[in-house]
Design a protein around this ligand. Structure first.
Ligand code: ZN
Ligand code: FE
Length: 254
C-alpha cells in the first residue's frame, strides 16, 4: 500500500509523492518543478528513489534532471516517447509492470494527448496516475493523437474498479464541469457534482482526486454511450468514437 501526498504547483498542476513505507522507496509522479518536491520530501522525511513520468510535456518532466542529479533516483517513463523524457532510465509500455517497493504498477499505453503517454495503476493502493489523459470531468486535449486513439486509451480506464482514485495532473475540474453540464444537462449526478465543485473551489479547496466511479457516472468523455449526451449532440445511436470526437471538439471550442 502506498501513501500518496499531493503537491499543488504552478497555476494548476498536481505533482504526487508515492511512498512505500515497508521498503522506504518513494516516487514522484510528473515533477513539474523541484522546490516544492524537495520541501515535501523533507516535510515527510522521505528519500526520493524514483521519478514516474506519464508524458514528455515540460509541466510533467521539468524537474527530472535536477531531482536526478540531487538524489540519483531512477527515471521511469513511456517507451513510445523515450527520446523526449529527460534522463530516462527505464522505458515502459502497455502491459508492463513496475514495482515500487512492495507495490506494483500496471502500465497502460494511453496515447492521444501525446503519442507516448502512459498511465500507472497501483491496484493494491487503488491509485491511478493518468497524467493528462483523464481529468476530473474532462480529458486531455489531443495534441498528438486522434479521437480513435484517445477513446481507446480512456476505454482502458473504464474497466478499472470503481474505488480507484484518479490522480490526474491538473486542477481543471471547475471549467470541465461548466462544459459537462451543457452536453449532459439531464444527468442529475453531474449537475449535483458541478454544484459541489463550485462550492469547493469557492473555498479554495481541491477537487482531485476523484473516484473512477464518480467519473464513470458524470464525466462525458467516459460516457459516449449516454443517451442524454448523444441526444444533445444529435448523434443518437452513433458509434462511440464519433460521439467522443464530437464531445472533445465542442470542449475545444467551449
Ligand atoms: Zn500534457
Ligand atoms: Fe499537463
Amino acid at each position: 500500500m502506498l501513501e500518496i501526498h499531493q503537491i499543488p504547483v504552478l497555476s494548476d498542476n498536481y505533482v504526487y509523492l508515492a511512498h512505500d513505507a515497508a521498503s522506504g522507496q518513494t516516487a514522484v509522479v510528473d515533477p513539474a518543478t523541484t522546490d516544492e518536491v524537495f520541501a515535501a520530501l523533507e516535510e515527510k522525511g522521505w528519500q526520493l528513489t524514483h521519478i514516474l513520468n506519464t508524458h514528455h510535456h515540460m509541466d510533467h518532466v521539468g524537474g527530472n534532471e535536477v531531482l536526478k542529479a540531487a538524489t540519483g533516483c531512477t527515471i521511469v517513463g513511456p517507451k513510445a516517447d523515450k527520446d523526449r523524457i529527460p534522463g530516462i532510465d527505464v522505458a515502459l509500455g502497455d502491459g508492463d509492470s513496475y514495482a515500487l517497493g512492495g507495490s506494483e504498477a500496471k502500465v497502460f499505453d494511453v496515447p492521444g494527448h501525446t503519442k507516448g503517454h502512459i498511465a500507472f495503476w497501483f491496484e493494491d493502493s487503488d491509485a491511478l496516475f493518468c497524467g493528462d489523459t483523464l481529468f476530473a470531468l474532462g480529458c486531455g486535449r489531443m495534441f498528438e493523437g486522434t479521437a480513435d486513439q484517445m477513446w481507446n486509451s480512456l476505454s482502458k480506464f473504464r474497466d478499472l474498479p470503481g474505488q480507484t482514485q484518479v490522480y490526474c495532473a491538473h486542477e481543471y475540474t471547475q471549467a470541465n464541469a461548466a462544459f459537462a453540464v451543457t452536453v449532459e444537462p439531464d444527468n442529475e449526478n453531474l449537475v449535483s457534482r458541478a454544484a459541489e465543485i463550485d462550492a469547493l473551489r469557492a473555498q479554495g479547496k481541491r477537487t482531485v482526486p476523484s473516484s473512477l466511479a464518480e467519473e464513470l457516472a458524470t464525466n462525458p468523455f467516459l460516457r459516449p454511450d449516454s443517451p442524454d449526451l448523444q441526444r444533445t449532440l444529435s448523434l443518437e445511436g452513433a458509434d462511440l468514437v464519433a460521439v467522443f470526437a464530437e464531445t472533445r471538439k465542442r470542449k475545444d471550442n467551449f
